[in-house]
Design a protein around this ligand. Structure first.
Ligand SMILES: Cc1cc2nc3c(=O)[nH]c(=O)nc-3n(C[C@H](O)[C@H](O)[C@H](O)COP(=O)(O)OP(=O)(O)OC[C@H]3O[C@@H](n4cnc5c(N)ncnc54)[C@H](O)[C@@H]3O)c2cc1C
Length: 446
């Protein structure tokens, strides 16, 4: 499912179903899920282990927040539906609205892609700012309460009715406590404990696909003249497993990111950072790194593998529980999909809630799997252009990669192909749209 193929948020579908829901995890997936649940229950409690900042700051519970985060159109449009005025709030806080190909030089398959045939605008801001804007909107929603500094321990369970009835957690004072709820959402990200819990309680636990990419990210922020709004994005390729990005964000800064795949370790000291930037096929990043002031430490994040948990295949799953966001699937971050998939997952919850709480998990997982399928195909499919990538390879990957490679190479001179490719990348359209006859002809013609 993509933005084009999934029904949008519809307030008219909403009906009250109960008193309390709990969301465990107050990051992007948890915030979006809480917003959806607020439509149908009196009280939503968000349990989060971090003390959440009141400004756009990165935080320990989600260490990836120190690294650049692309906001794809599927995510932006869905967040705008859930939080009307989201884009304006980001812009008012200093974010930028830029054209993805006119303002950002996109280097892929040996060249920069041509400007898109029609504008492809996108929001550019730091991840802490995106999260802050959403979090403050949730904070301002009566009926939603944050409980910060609270550590989830376990679900409460009634085996007789096959139902999760709430959670046990360590509260703000460190005391173990229990809270009942008619529905609990696991939005705890990659370290989710639901699979282990299912196994301990006699349920099948989901099969897992792991596709190993061994990515490291290193990021530093540098100053940016306010009128310099250009950015650069250099995709890693099999003969050069080094990628990079320099993205303009609020506060007159560029976030500069170096990515290494499959054993290429992105550097953590200044000189190695500069040396690495010198090896890139465009010199903008290296020039700006030398000319500008560095205003943050270099942060590094290792990301070993994309992970997909097949909750949709489970024969048995307790009522009163659903799982969302990275806890279901987390993707090689090079493709910038996680926040958008989290927002679409919340939309899946919105569409399934009117059919009731009983059987909600399996129904939602089916929809979520359709969402994940599309993002997974793009991300993991491309990862298999690197021969060191290991894991289950989706059907016809090599053939599709040859086609996509030719498409992107031709997009160096063809703005219609740039647009077709980026609308899939932005999770706006399904990958099958790249096979429309007018695209096929432009890719395959001699
Ligand atoms: C390096 C990197 C770069 C990325 N770049 C992009 C990008 O460009 N664009 C994009 O869209 N996505 C990107 N992502 C993915 C994105 O960060 C996630 O998909 C997004 O944050 C949604 O994740 P989530 O809310 O499911 O989980 P998380 O963001 O991991 O949040 C989980 C939350 O649960 C809390 N928690 C965990 N355990 C407990 C517990 N026991 N008790 C209480 N609270 C708990 C954590 O503190 C945290 O707040 C990137 C990821 C990485 C690693």
């Amino acid at each position: 499912m993509t933005l084009a193929t999934m029904a949008r948020y519809e307030e008219a579908r909403v009906q009250p179903i109960g008193d309390r829901a709990i969301v465990v995890g107050g990051s992007m997936a948890g915030l979006c899920a809480a917003r959806i649940l607020h439509d149908v229950v009196d009280k939503v409690v968000i349990l989060e282990r971090d003390d959440l900042p009141h400004g756009p700051e990165s935080r320990g519970g989600a260490p990836q927040t120190s690294h650049p985060h692309a906001m794809l159109e599927a995510g932006r449009a869905t967040l705008e539906d859930l939080f009307p005025g989201f884009s304006n709030d980001v812009l008012a806080a200093g974010g930028l609205e830029l054209d993805m190909t006119r303002d950002i030089a996109w280097y892929d398959h040996g060249g920069v892609v041509a400007e898109s045939a029609t504008p492809l605008s996108a929001l550019y801001a730091s991840r802490p700012l995106f999260e802050h804007v959403v979090r403050e909107r949730v904070r301002d929603t009566p009926g939603i309460r944050f409980r910060e500094g609270c550590h989830f321990i376990d679900y409460q369970h009634d085996p007789a009715s096959n139902r999760v009835t709430g959670v046990r957690f360590r509260d703000e004072k460190g005391t173990e406590t229990a809270l009942d709820a008619m529905l609990t959402v696991d939005a705890t990200g990659r370290t989710s404990r639901t699979p282990a819990w299912l196994e301990r309680h006699g349920y099948p636990s989901p099969d897992v696909d792991r596709v190993t990419v061994d990515v490291t990210y290193s990021t530093v922020c540098i100053t940016r003249p306010p009128d310099a709004q250009r950015g650069v994005l250099i995709a890693p390729e099999p003969h050069r497993p080094r990628g990079a990005a320099m993205l303009p964000v609020e506060g007159d800064r560029w976030e500069v990111l170096l990515q290494g795949l499959h054993g290429e370790r992105a550097p953590v000291d200044r000189q190695s950072f500069l040396d690495w930037a010198d090896t890139l096929p465009m010199d903008d990043i290296s020039t700006q790194l030398r000319d500008r002031e560095w205003v943050s430490e270099i942060q590094r994040y290792p990301f070993p593998a994309s992970v997909r948990r097949h909750y949709d295949d489970l024969a048995r799953f307790p009522d009163g529980l659903v799982v969302t966001g990275d806890a279901v699937a987390s993707f090689n971050p090079v493709y910038g999909q996680g926040m958008s998939v989290a927002a679409l997952d919340a939309l899946a919850l919105h569409h399934e809630l009117p059919r009731g709480i009983d059987g909600l998990g399996p129904r939602m997982f089916e929809r979520v799997d359709d969402i994940v399928h599309e993002a997974w195909r793009t991300a993991v499919g491309n990862d298999f252009t690197f021969e060191q990538t290991t894991g289950p390879k989706p059907f016809a990957t090599d053939l599709l990669n040859r086609y996509a490679g030719r498409l992107v190479a031709r997009a160096h001179d063809d703005g219609m192909l740039t647009e077709a490719f980026l609308r899939v990348f932005r999770l706006e359209r399904p990958a099958t749209s790249l096979l429309y006859p007018r695209i096929l002809w432009r890719v395959l013609s001699p």
